[in-house]
Design a protein around this ligand. Structure first.
Ligand SMILES: [Zn+2]
Ligand SMILES: [Zn+2]
Length: 319
């Protein structure tokens, strides 16, 4: 098994993994940008030159995609053109590939409603919606060859664990005592969260449950993420990720002693962000406030206003 650190976008490395099973399997394909594709080829070249492994991209016969984010699946056209590999992804992310543009457009409608309710001004909403389209020309929709949910992947030594939250169809993949965690668990950062209001099967509730689920897997010697480094003490890293979000939930609640909007809380949590990071901050805050709201720790307090208006700004307060 080889780790292929591919520069998917400038200064953004996605780890793909080549598993020398029969058939030879590649886990993730990076972004599909020209520089990403040549970086992927460069990894194969290093494998041949430095490790004497006589295997090329054309030998890959199966491509498993860990989730429907473009830095992981965008390179699938290139991989298929080079190798003819069969592509598989979790059933809940299949339509991201099959109906790429439709998903972007329809999801953006929910995002629009979310941002308005979050108390983001109209000018900024339009800017953020425009920014959200950044990936629309980077990928051509196409069908996939197989989908999966959970359990053993037939004709392979892999066992799949559905781990929704960061992405609806996120999976972790077990191979003996190795767990490929993709973006579900990373060695340093915690992956971005967004509210389930925008996309079903995302949201912090799913994410925390899925962390607890993989935490319970016995005998994981090493976990390998979709970015960053290998994780030696997997249970400890999962515990740290859970503790991180629990602390952020506590902090979020502490900011809602008075009626507050998602946009206001986001500014308190993350300060003034720039560009795309503004959107990520709103989504992260929205995911935490949604989690607290669903569990009754926050309530919407401007009920009369909400009753009168079509899509009002929601004011949340600690209960
Ligand atoms: Zn991701
Ligand atoms: Zn990623």
């Amino acid at each position: 098994m080889y780790k292929l650190p591919v520069e998917a976008f400038p200064n953004h490395v996605t780890n793909c993994y080549l598993v020398l099973t029969d058939p030879i399997t590649l886990i993730d394909a990076a972004s599909g940008q020209e520089s990403s594709n040549s970086s992927l080829l460069g990894c194969f070249e290093r494998m041949r030159n430095e490790f004497g492994e006589n295997v090329a991209l054309k030998d890959v016969k199966r491509l498993i995609l860990t989730h429907g984010h473009i830095d992981h699946f965008g390179g699938l056209h290139f991989v298929v053109e080079e190798s003819g590999a069969a592509i598989g992804i979790h059933e809940l992310d299949m339509s991201v590939i099959r109906h790429f543009n439709e998903r972007l457009v329809v999801t953006a409608k929910n995002l629009h409603i979310f941002l308005e309710r979050a108390g983001v001004g109209p000018e900024r909403v339009n800017k953020l919606l425009e920014m959200n389209k950044w990936s629309k020309d980077l990928f051509r929709a196409r069908p996939v060859d197989f989908t999966f949910d959970e359990g053993p992947l037939s004709g392979s030594p892999f066992e799949l664990f559905h781990a929704p939250g960061h992405c609806p169809g996120q999976v972790c993949i077990r191979l003996d005592d190795i767990l490929f965690t993709a973006d579900h668990v990373l060695s340093h950062i915690t992956p971005n969260q967004s509210p389930e209001f925008i996309t079903r099967y995302t949201g912090l509730g799913h994410y925390m449950s899925a962390l607890k689920k993989v935490r319970a897997l016995p005998g994981i010697r090493v976990a390998l993420g979709g970015h960053e480094d290998a994780i030696d003490n997997f249970p400890a890293r999962v515990d740290a990720s859970i503790a991180f979000h629990e602390a952020r939930l506590e902090r979020t609640l502490g900011l809602c002693n008075e009626p507050r909007t998602v946009a206001e809380v986001s500014r308190d949590l993350f300060g003034e962000r720039k560009g795309y990071h503004v959107l990520l901050a709103f989504l992260e805050t929205g995911a935490h406030m949604e989690y607290l709201y669903e569990r009754g720790h926050l309530a919407v307090v401007n009920v009369e206003e909400v009753d009168r208006q079509y899509n009002p700004v929601l004011q949340y307060q600690r209960q």
